[in-house]
Design a protein around this ligand. Structure first.
Ligand SMILES: *Cc1c(COP(=O)(O)O)cnc(C)c1O
Length: 481
């Protein structure tokens, strides 16, 4: 199956090549020339791994042995065999995406991406090792390390801002085992680390290196495609629970940052799954709320720090894929992206805005509202959720109140409450003193919910990667790996 850039119809590549390259040469994102015919009803019948196999085989048909790859990616790594369970909480259903090896939803995709990359490498006869370079504000780094450690033919290097990630997030990364991993702190903030990584890519262009550089973020179709599975899984769980009949539509509310998770929901819909509205939930960084409401995307505003840091983002890369899917016009997408880059904003044509509004709704919530939601959901419904999930819950509530839409609502839960113990303890009225490990213990004592094993086991683990460097030293660090 052929893929081309969202910014031009020329130079199509097959799906294995698209996964290997990540970003298209013109800076656009790879999308299939047309989406495949898909037997969505048959897909709903299997296990979660069967679903993943069917979806990935359809979207990435040039990568062979998909059943094997899926088995390798997921077997024994998640808390439950269905990988992503859906639980009923009050009037909503919560799709728990945080039952993986690092307790963040990025595990679903980053467990699979290494398998896809290695298989694509073999399919394309590429001999060189791949070096995955990633800057992280916390969650992506650890999920990528966990996915890529000890994978043959791939090395991984993660940079994080010194003092800029939580105590638990740092512990997760610096204790990482594996013979092919490097982790290093950088003096500066996340933007400095990210800019440093971009500069390394630029500096290495055209150079003869012993490896090919690649990245683990959601611009790669190989990271996006694995996320389609859990929309099918949630639908099937509602079917099994007798909440819907085959063909009934279901709404999904998605805590959104880079627009990858919610775009996977739209791809599920394009593959036939009866998805109603997709609700794009933001925190106080509500660029997407403004965009979906008005048709103008405007990043010219300060980035606010919130209690849901994985959604603190001003440029949502995967929105470009939606603009392409709904307009089919690569020239338009190229022009809009150029304007975003040079002027900091763009406005889509009215007909495109109408198409977006027909499929998507939006909502945003500040930290205070997220705090209120976490407290109320815990007190009234006995369910502990994290601040990202709370943003999804708030948007779902607002949407339901405003529209009276009675279709079942699934709220995607993207992180374990134990990854954000201060915010969660504050919301449920607990004492927040002590370090994060003490806070986790207290949260567990109050709620009776066990601390995920991977987080509980961190304290006292050997620190293998204690290094810190200046941001100007990042290139040398990589060249000396
Ligand atoms: C990455 C992340 C998100 C945002 O997902 P996108 O695909 O970037 O929209 C939401 N919540 C958590 C906890 C995350 O780690």
């Amino acid at each position: 199956m052929l893929y081309h850039s969202t910014r031009s119809d020329n130079a199509a590549v097959d799906s294995a090549q698209a996964v290997l390259e990540g970003l298209a040469p013109d800076g656009g994102l790879y999308m299939p020339v047309s989406l495949p015919n898909f037997d969505w009803k048959a897909c709903l019948k299997g296990s979660s791994m069967d679903m993943a196999t069917a979806i990935l085989s359809a979207l990435l048909p040039d990568i062979p042995n998909m059943p094997e790859l899926v088995k390798k990616a997921y077997t024994g790594k998640f808390e439950t065999e269905d990988l992503t369970p859906t639980v009923c909480v009050g009037d909503f259903h919560v799709l728990e995406l945080f039952r993986g090896p690092t307790s963040a939803f990025k595990d679903v995709a980053l467990s699979m991406l290494p398998q896809l990359l290695t298989a694509a490498k073999t399919a394309k006869g590429m001999d060189k090792d791949i070096l995955i370079l990633t800057a992280t504000s916390g969650d992506t780094g650890k999920a990528a390390l966990e996915g890529f450690h000890d994978v043959d033919g791939i090395r991984i290097c993660v940079f994080y801002p010194y003092g800029g990630v939580s105590q638990v997030q740092r512990a997760q990364m610096v204790t990482q085992e594996g013979s092919n991993v490097a982790v290093c702190a950088v003096y500066g903030n996340f933007d400095d680390a990210q800019t440093g990584v971009k500069n390394i890519f630029a500096a290495c262009q055209g150079k003869e290196l012993p490896y090919a550089l690649s990245s683990a973020n959601s611009i790669n179709i190989g990271r996006l495609a694995p996320q389609v599975m859990y929309y099918f899984r949630a639908y099937r769980d509602l079917l099994d629970a007798g909440k819907i009949r085959l063909g009934d539509e279901v709404n999904f509310s998605v805590p959104t940052g880079n627009f990858g998770d919610i775009l996977a929901g739209y791809l599920a819909k394009k593959l036939g799954l009866p998805v109603g509205k997709l609700i794009c939930a933001s925190n106080a960084n509500n660029v997407l709320t403004d965009f979906i409401t008005t048709g103008t995307y405007d990043k010219r505003r300060p980035l606010l720090k919130t209690t849901s840091p994985s959604m603190d983002i001003l440029v949502s890369s995967n929105l470009e894929r939606l603009l392409y899917l709904l307009s089919g016009d690569t020239g338009l997408v190229a022009a809009l992206m150029k304007q975003l880059n040079t002027e900091g904003f763009y406005t889509v044509p009215d007909d495109l805005r109408a198409k977006i509004q027909a499929e998507f709704c939006c909502g945003c919530c500040d930290d205070q509202r997220a705090d209120e939601v976490m407290g109320r959901v815990y007190r009234e419904l006995g369910y502990l959720c994290d601040p990202h999930t709370a943003a999804g819950w708030a948007a779902a509530e607002d949407y339901t109140a405003a529209t009276g839409d009675s279709r079942p609502m699934v709220v995607l839960s993207t992180a374990s409450p134990y990854k954000f113990p201060v915010a969660v303890l504050t919301a449920i009225g607990g004492d927040t003193s002590g370090d994060e490990f003490q806070q986790m213990e207290r949260l567990s004592a109050i709620s009776g919910v066990a601390i995920p094993k991977n987080l509980a086991g961190l304290q006292g683990k050997e620190e293998r990667h204690p290094g810190v460097i200046e941001k100007d030293a990042m290139l040398d660090y990589v060249l000396n790996l």
